[in-house]
Design a protein around this ligand. Structure first.
Ligand SMILES: NC(=O)c1ccc[n+]([C@@H]2O[C@H](COP(=O)([O-])OP(=O)(O)OC[C@H]3O[C@@H](n4cnc5c(N)ncnc54)[C@H](OP(=O)(O)O)[C@@H]3O)[C@@H](O)[C@H]2O)c1
Length: 256
């Protein structure tokens, strides 16, 4: 394997962890970013077992200096950045009329600005390596709902942000895409179901069983399925794909 370096945010669990482990087959080194050190260390052990060298950075990406720290420490450890996968997200699932200013600010600070800052911080190296960036959005960008208004709003903004980066990437040789998963069974999905259940007069167990049918799909997605898509998007096979928004959702979106 030639030397190649990826940064994965949200690597402590869920889709980010699955992506880091999947990328360990294709990349020689992976920087793992999230806040929970213990969970990150577990991901790092799996990355090592899969054949890549991990660098664990337990940082809060909503803090402004964190993005530069991630880029600088990755360059100090591995010398380059070939792929950046912006997966971290924790947008509160709160009603449009109840969400506080502080909740809006913290949601934007992580998922939108944290990802934007990290792409800018890693860009000079990505430009040198002719690298690739993936931004994580979500199907809620296409159908924002009042009970979770910030989720859809910020995911739509992420799609636009990725498009803007891809525009610059055409001249700079950096490929940029965004991904919209449907319902994937992770900790975040479980917390969504805990919120969704009482709104539909169900227990969480009933809601978990019923939700795929309500969403018009046959089952939940697995984090590893999204990880395979992420790995494709930063692989040589996807080199001419840029400025695209890819859905992987089991058919949740019914329109063409
Ligand atoms: N699951 C789905 O159905 C679904 C659907 C569409 C889109 N998505 C998107 O996919 C992404 C991953 O979701 P998931 O389902 O895998 O969720 P998850 O299991 O809750 O993982 C979220 C990740 O973000 C990290 N994170 C949260 N706040 C952070 C902060 N301030 N600084 C750094 N890292 C932070 C978490 O790590 P720490 O807590 O350790 O910091 C964790 O690694 C999110 O952007 C989500 O919106 C998920």
């Amino acid at each position: 394997m030639s030397k190649s370096v990826a940064i994965v945010t949200g690597a402590s669990q869920g889709i980010g962890r699955a992506t880091a482990i999947r990328l360990a087959k294709d990349f020689s080194a992976i920087t793992l970013v999230a806040r929970d050190r213990k969970n990150l260390d577990e991901t790092a052990a799996a990355v090592t077992a899969a054949g890549a060298t991990p660098l664990v950075l337990d940082l809060d990406l909503s803090d402004i200096p964190a993005a530069k720290q991630v880029a600088d420490q990755t360059l100090a450890a591995f010398g380059q950045v070939d792929a950046l996968l912006n997966i971290a997200g924790a947008v509160p699932q709160v009603d449009l009329f109840e969400m506080t200013e502080a909740q809006w600010d913290s949601a934007l600070a992580l998922k939108l600005h944290g990802a934007r800052r990290l792409a800018i911080a890693a860009w000079p190296s990505l430009k040198q390596t002719k690298g690739a960036v993936v931004f994580m959005s979500g199907n809620s960008a296409l159908f924002p709902k009042a009970p979770y208004a910030a989720v859809g709003t910020i995911n739509a903004a992420i799609v636009a942000l990725a498009k803007a980066f891809s525009d610059r990437g055409i001249t700079d040789g950096v490929q940029v895409n965004s991904v919209l998963p449907g319902p994937v069974m992770t900790g975040r999905r479980r917390s969504y179901l805990a919120h969704w259940a009482p709104l539909h007069n169900m227990t969480v167990e009933e809601a978990t069983a019923k939700f795929p049918q309500e969403a018009g799909i046959s089952r939940y997605g697995e984090p590893e399925e999204i990880a395979d898509l992420m790995a494709f998007l930063v692989s040589p096979n996807a080199r001419w794909m840029t400025g695209s928004t890819l859905r992987m959702d089991g058919g949740e979106v019914k329109s063409i």
